[in-house]
Structure formats: C-alpha cells, structure tokens
Ligand binder design. Structure first.
Ligand code: NAD
Length: 276
C-alpha cells in the first residue's frame, strides 16, 4: 500500500479519487482550502510552499503517487485560475519529484480538461506566458478579449498544464526515475464546479448546448476510476499521455486532427544520432 497526495480532495473528482484510493488501502494526504489533511491556498506562493512541505513531511519523503485535481472553472478570477490550474501543479510536482523518485515506480495524474482541445482561438501568447509561469503577462495578454476572457484563461491553463506534463514526463529525471506522469482530460462532469457553471445564465447555456455524443454529463466517481487506473501498475508503460474521457466531444470536433505524422523537425535530434 502506498502514500498518495491528492489536491482538491474536498470536492468533486479529487474527493472521489481520494475516497477510492483510501478504499484500496492507501494513505491519502489531501490538500484543499478546507476539509483536508493539509489546508492550504494553492493560489499563493506561500500557500503552495506550505502545502508542498507539509505533504513531504506527512509522507516521510516518499510519495507513491499524486493526483492534481485542485482547480477552478472559467470565471473572472483570471489570476486565480492561472495560479491554481497551472502554476500550482508545476510548483508542487517540482518540489515533490525527489519524493516520487524515492518510491521508484510513482504515478502522477494531472487533471487537465478537454477544454484544452475543444476551445477555439485560445491565444498562443497566453499559453506561452503560463508555461513561463508569468501570471501577470498571461492575464495582460487577454486584456482585449472582453467577455471571452474567463473561457480563454481556463482553456489556456489546461493547454499549458498538459504541455508542461508531456514535456516533463519524458525527461530522464522523471521517466528515467520511474515516475509516470500523465494527464486525465475530462469533459463536462457533474461536480460543484460544473453546477456553478450551469447556474450562470451565459455559461450554463453554452455548457448545455455543447455536444456530448454519448448524451449527458460525466460522473465524478466514474472519472475517479480512471485516476485509480492511471495510478496503478497498469500505468507502468503510460508516459506523457493525455487520456481524454469526455463522452466523445473531442472526437466530435477533432476526429481528423489526430493521429497525424510527426513533423520532420521534431525528429531532427533522433535523425542526427541515427545518421552519425
Ligand atoms: P470541484 O470544484 O468539485 O473541486 C475542485 C477542488 O479544488 C475544490 O475542493 C476546491 O476547494 C479546490 N481548490 C480550488 N481552488 C483552490 C485553492 N486555491 N487551493 C486549494 N484548493 C483549491 O471541481 P471538479 O470538477 O472536481 O474539478 C477538478 C479538476 O477537474 C479541476 O482542475 C477542473 O478544472 C477539472 N475539470 C473539471 C471538469 C468538470 O466538468 N467538472 C471538466 C474538465 C476538467
């Protein structure tokens, strides 16, 4: 049995995942604003530093896995979305990396979103600013987008965190240290976060009209089973993947976008070694 950190453990998919891991006999160190083993505000540098350290202490320096589920939906709180959905994932995982490596076959699941691939016209500069963890620049980059800003910041945060996870997952100090880092990208799942969106007249209409080919919203407990699977030994060969579980929305819009051949420029380092 192992020790797992779960952020956002007080509600929705984080809570369902923590419950499931505990039922499997694991020790879960939950992190949330309230109602968790570690109470911390992941939107501030101090809150993140405190949470990172307290989890390491509680885990005695060895983490068998982590599920990063703390997050906010689209709203006017642009800074907070960027801080929690992207920056907190990067900073916590960078600080937990040695403890994950100590477990030798740790599994990490970052909860992304299909908003990363189904939201149109997300500014590249916003994603770039987030990847640099420059929240001020990310917020500034959206200043002319008026009412689209919440959806754009939300989608940009999920694109950035997914890209960071994929870039990081394959590095020798992650993949080579036995850590498996992957992204679970849900579609619309009926949690308090989605309920708040449904209660907002503008967002609610957009959410209800968005196509979900299987019909209806996802269930947090069903999503927690994917997180459970992705934190199990079954994920030993899963590395840098974005697992989309969204009732078909991404396939509905993007069926022909992927798979597609790798661009030659991406193969350049490999070809250089191959031809040497
Ligand atoms: P939720 O609101 O039920 O749970 C999110 C949890 O994160 C809450 O317990 C909240 O207190 C915590 N949190 C928020 N800000 C925090 C902060 N500053 N510090 C510490 N904890 C904080 O939402 P959910 O739907 O279970 O969302 C979980 C993740 O899934 C989020 O990253 C969300 O973006 C993502 N997601 C949700 C949906 C959906 O439809 N529900 C779809 C795709 C992705």
């Amino acid at each position: 049995m192992g020790t797992y950190a779960v952020t956002g453990s007080a509600s929705g998919m984080g809570r369902a995942t923590a419950t499931r891991l505990r039922a499997d006999g694991h020790t879960v160190i939950g992190v949330d604003l309230a109602g968790a083993e570690v109470t911390a505000d992941l939107s501030t540098p101090d809150g993140r530093a405190d949470a990172a350290q307290r989890v390491l202490t509680a885990a005695d320096g060895c983490l068998h896995g982590a599920v990063l589920a703390a997050g906010l939906g689209p709203s006017d709180r642009l800074h907070t979305i960027a801080e929690v959905n992207h920056v907190s994932v990067v900073t916590l995982l960078e600080q937990w990396r040695p403890a994950l490596a100590a477990a030798e076959s740790a599994k990490v699941v970052v909860i992304g979103s299909n908003s990363a691939t189904t939201t149109p016209a997300v500014p590249k500069r916003t994603v770039r600013a987030l990847l640099a963890c420059d929240v001020e620049r990310a917020v500034r980059s959206l200043r002319f987008l008026g009412p689209a800003r919440p959806a754009m910041m939300y989608a940009a945060s999920k694109i950035a965190v997914s890209r960071w996870a994929r870039r990081t997952a394959v590095r020798p100090d992650w993949a080579g240290a036995g850590i498996r880092l992957n992204v679970l990208a849900p579609g619309a799942v009926l949690t308090p976060l989605l309920e708040a969106q449904l209660a907002n007249p503008r967002q609610g209409k957009a959410v209800r009209r968005f196509p979900i080919p299987v019909g209806g919203f996802g269930d947090p407990d069903a999503l927690s089973r994917w997180a459970q699977f992705m934190t199990s030994d079954a994920a030993d060969f899963l590395c840098g993947s974005v697992v989309v579980v969204d009732g078909g929305t991404d396939a509905y819009f993007r069926a022909d976008d992927w798979p597609r051949p790798v661009p030659l420029r991406a193969l350049a380092p490999y070809l250089k070694r191959f031809l040497a």
